[in-house]
Design a binder for this molecule. Structure first.
Ligand SMILES: [Ca+2]
Ligand SMILES: [Ca+2]
Ligand SMILES: [Ca+2]
Length: 503
């Protein structure tokens, strides 16, 4: 099924023309071109000290005018390139254009704030146990796992950073939104003072307003964002005239009170409005993956209809691309993309083979057909992929020449499986290994390194899964790209840079 025919799950809201105008200006503002972030000490051409990326991010964050450009916040850093909540992921996120990095704070047994999302180190390191039961020295002995972690994610050379490490790394680069830090806010504030990074840190909470005001009264320079959802929507009014510079709005249904145009317009008039687009339910169904199919289904809608001026994403580069060029996940020139769920018609044994009848997934499969289709937070994919299954596709090749197939796939398993490609009823090629991507929701484009000569015109492609091999992966789309580069290194999530060789 072409992706454009996937029905939206929920009704959309009416947009007021005035709000649309304001937020369109915000999007255009983002496309005006960025002041080049500069390291401390770098001077602009006129000899004046250049503004650092961090100072620019802070200035933008405090700007809520009608032309305020939409800002990019990287969820747990750029985990597509380095382990989540690592210093390398933080640096990579800023390098890719994020102005803000979101990171999660936990306290060690010896009361040192560190970056770690979960209560335990089990998912993201090679250790075990609760962060609060481990000393900093013990944590420092652990290695972080690639990407989003998981039992089979490869180990990297990166270590668990302290909040001090993270803030120091961000000093000239941007803001760090310290999530889960409110409970330990005084300890985190002390770290900011000690490291000279008071201007980099961004606190957030859902705490009672008097508690927030007391903290901000004690620490005048603290940057703060208040989180609102239906349960605490009234807290906005309790701030009176002393509203924080930003509100994070969380809604799982477009009919929620906090998603009402008048409510978000009110927030937008005095500050920035931040939405999370990583998964379903933070901003209804307006997710990263929906945005990658068509930005109007996610990011564009949040900007136009909900006054979004900060988007927190797992897809920093695609969001930056959208904000600067209007396109999120563009098909490369000369390439052909076919959605996995858009397999050929003809039924079981002719167009596909699936090991069980019916759709085991939660996505829009075809009635009466066995191919399993899932909806992973807006990514419509073929899932429950198992040995012996196969799918066929028709592709229109624009020009005669060599082409290399790539697949956008995900899997928490390593390796995730193998597939072979056959064109036009010919013999299947060599087995191509699908590498684990550390999570079902972590999709990466993986190169088959199996270039083929194709003539201009229509071809059929059969993708078959080896029967004897372990198979458990998800396929979003296939992409035939012109050229053949079989010498490139095999895919590893995050690239090879951060990996350690294990004996
Ligand atoms: Ca099935
Ligand atoms: Ca299946
Ligand atoms: Ca797809």
């Amino acid at each position: 099924m072409p992706s454009s025919t996937i029905p939206p799950r929920r009704p959309t809201v009416l947009v007021t023309a005035a709000l649309t105008a304001v937020v369109s200006a915000a999007l255009l503002g983002a496309a005006d071109g960025r002041a080049a972030p500069a390291e401390n000490g770098v001077r602009a051409e006129n000899g004046a000290p250049a503004e650092t990326g961090a100072e620019r991010a802070r200035r933008l964050f405090l700007d809520h005018g009608p032309k305020a450009a939409v800002m990019t916040a990287a969820h747990r850093g750029q985990w597509r390139k380095a382990p989540e909540n690592s210093v390398a992921a933080l640096r990579a996120a800023f390098a890719d254009g994020a102005e803000i990095v979101e990171a999660d704070v936990r306290m060690t047994k010896d009361h040192v704030p560190v970056l770690m999302h979960d209560a335990t180190v089990d998912r993201t390191t090679n250790g075990k146990g609760r962060v609060s039961d481990l000393t900093l020295a013990q944590l420092r002995g652990l290695r972080l796992r690639a990407g989003l972690g998981g039992r089979q994610a490869p180990l990297t050379g990166e270590r668990v950073p302290t909040v001090a490490d993270a803030l120091k790394a961000a000093r000239t680069l941007g803001l760090v939104n310290l999530d889960q830090a409110w409970e330990d806010r005084e300890a985190v504030w002390r770290v900011m003072e000690e490291t000279g990074t008071v201007r980099n840190g961004l606190f957030k909470s859902r705490a009672p307003v008097p508690e927030v005001k007391a903290f901000l009264g004690r620490h005048k320079g603290a940057l703060y964002m208040h989180v609102v959802e239906d349960a605490n929507a009234a807290s906005v009014g309790e701030f009176g005239k002393g509203r924080p510079p930003a509100f994070e709005v969380v809604f799982d249904d477009v009919r929620d009170k906090v998603a009402a145009p008048a409510f978000v317009r009110g927030l937008r008039s005095t500050g920035r409005v931040w939405f999370n687009t990583m998964r379903d339910g933070f901003a209804a169904r307006f997710t990263d993956e929906a945005s990658l199919i068509d930005p109007a289904r996610g990011w564009g809608r949040l900007i136009a209809a909900y006054g979004a001026t900060v988007l927190q994403t797992d897809n920093v580069r695609a969001l930056r691309s959208y904000l600067t060029t209007g396109a999120a996940d563009r098909v490369p020139p000369g390439a052909v993309r076919v959605q996995a769920e858009g397999y050929a018609p003809g039924g079981e044994g002719k167009a596909y083979h699936d090991t069980d009848a019916g759709n085991r997934g939660d996505g829009p499969g075809r009635p009466g057909e066995g191919v399993d289709v899932c909806d992973h937070d807006g990514a419509v994919v073929v899932c429950w992929m198992r040995g012996s299954e196969w799918l066929t596709y028709t592709v229109d090749v624009p020009k005669t020449g060599p082409y290399t197939l790539k697949v956008r796939a995900s899997s928490p398993y390593e390796p995730a499986g193998t597939y072979r490609i056959a064109f036009d009823g010919g013999r299947p090629g060599k087995a191509v290994r699908v590498a684990g991507t550390t999570a079902h929701q972590a999709f990466f484009l993986q190169d088959s390194h199996d270039p083929r000569q194709l003539t201009r015109g229509r071809h059929t492609v059969r993708l078959s899964l080896d029967e004897g091999a372990f198979q458990n992966w998800n396929l979003d789309y296939l992409q035939l790209e012109p050229g053949g580069n079989s010498r490139r290194a095999p895919f590893v999530p995050g690239g090879r840079k951060f990996y350690v060789q294990l004996k």
